[in-house]
Design a protein. Structure first.
Ligand code: PMP
Length: 355
């Protein structure tokens, strides 16, 4: 039934973000949403075993103090420099609401995390997509025109391309009147964080997540780091929308995960090693790819179309990500799984591309 025109005018109608599939079958190889193939650190199991369910009667700590304290220790920051939210999606959405309030367009790359334009639409923020060059690189000079703010991931998604802190600093420096958000969802897999710049630039917000390098996508934990003034603005908006965002279990499991630095480093290292070995195997099959510094690969084959490979992999119960979008419609994004999963992927690809 169509909604009356007059009524429609009062409705915020948006085209939502489309997340990767979460198939229900058990016997699949799931390489489509950049989840970590390893479990969270063993201490998380202990925290869950020890949890007194009677505490569920109570509202969670609105400040997530246990988690913020651990993050502050790890990153050598004051607690007032950290904002936590329900996944970095929640953090970024809050940050859009808080910091992108100009009439001028916010800027982000044409090929990037496809949630940015959705948030811009839902929060009614004007935006402009800036083309990456042919190697999917950012040209910092493109980000020096008047704007209402800047956001991009580093490494970028879905390309996996890492930009240098120096280049990003150039952009931050050139935009003293705009907030620059660096979405570091994948930074732990081999990139250098811009965190070291937050005391130097009052317009920088660095956003990270527990969903990838900390194996906790299901717990929904994200965080932003910046100077305490910016973080206060973010908290004021958050407390004006919903005080009790992060649940009790996420707070204590997240804190436990931060305490186990050794496990974190080991699993990240395993993924990096598997990523590099997979690159070699893919090259032998005629694939070309960016030098991804994340936990996924962005690949195209030198003769077989990506859409066909995507569909054939699915028939073999291997899920990867494909977008029918300009400039990337011949690419696949493949999450780095365990070595066993990647060797099954390579065998399947061998059959599909006929090597
Ligand atoms: N930023 C980027 C670039 C991502 O790829 C993702 C994962 N979809 C996110 C942010 C959000 O991750 P989460 O909400 O799980 O922290």
């Amino acid at each position: 039934m169509a909604v009356r025109e007059e009524l429609l005018r009062n409705i915020r109608s948006v085209e939502p973000y489309v997340p990767g599939e979460q198939p229900k079958e058990n016997d699949i190889i799931k390489l489509n949403t950049n989840e970590n193939p390893y479990p969270p650190c063993p201490g998380v199991r202990q925290v869950l075993n020890d949890f007194d369910i009677c505490k569920m009667r109570l509202y969670p700590d609105t400040n997530s103090d246990v988690l913020v304290s651990e993050l502050a220790k790890k990153y050598n920051l004051d607690k007032s420099q950290i904002f936590v939210g329900v996944g970095s999606d929640d953090v970024i959405s809050m940050a859009f609401m808080t910091f992108f309030n100009s009439d001028k367009p916010i800027l982000f790359p044409d090929i990037t995390y496809s949630f940015y334009d959705v948030w811009a639409e839902v929060h009614r923020i004007p935006y402009k997509r800036i083309s990456l060059d042919n190697n999917f690189r950012i040209n910092p000079n493109d980000y020096k025109s008047e704007n209402g703010g800047i956001i991009f991931p580093n490494p970028n998604a879905p390309t996996g391309v890492l930009e240098s802190v120096e280049m990003i600093e150039d952009i931050i420096k050139a935009n003293p009147n705009s907030i620059v958000m660096i979405d570091e969802a994948y930074i732990d897999f081999g990139g250098e964080s811009c965190l070291k710049l937050i005391d130097k630039y009052e317009n920088l917000l660095v956003i990270q997540t527990f969903s990838k390098s900390r194996s906790m996508a299901g717990m929904r934990i994200g965080f932003a780091m910046g100077n305490s003034k910016l973080i206060k603005y973010l908290n004021d908006v958050k407390f004006s929308v919903n005080s009790y965002t992060m649940n009790q279990l996420s707070q204590i499991c997240g804190a436990e995960s931060v305490r186990d630095e050794k496990y974190f480093k080991n699993t990240v290292e395993l993924i990096i090693n598997t990523r590099e070995k997979t690159k070699t195997a893919l090259a032998e099959l005629g694939f070309e790819f960016t030098d991804s510094k994340s936990n996924f690969l962005f690949v195209k084959h030198n003769s077989v179309k990506a859409k066909y490979i995507f569909e054939e992999l699915k028939k073999k119960k291997i899920y990867v990500r494909y977008w029918n979008k300009p400039r990337i419609d011949n690419y696949l994004r493949i999450t780095v799984g365990t070595p066993e999963e990647m060797s099954k992927l390579i065998s399947a690809l061998k059959e599909i591309v006929n090597v």
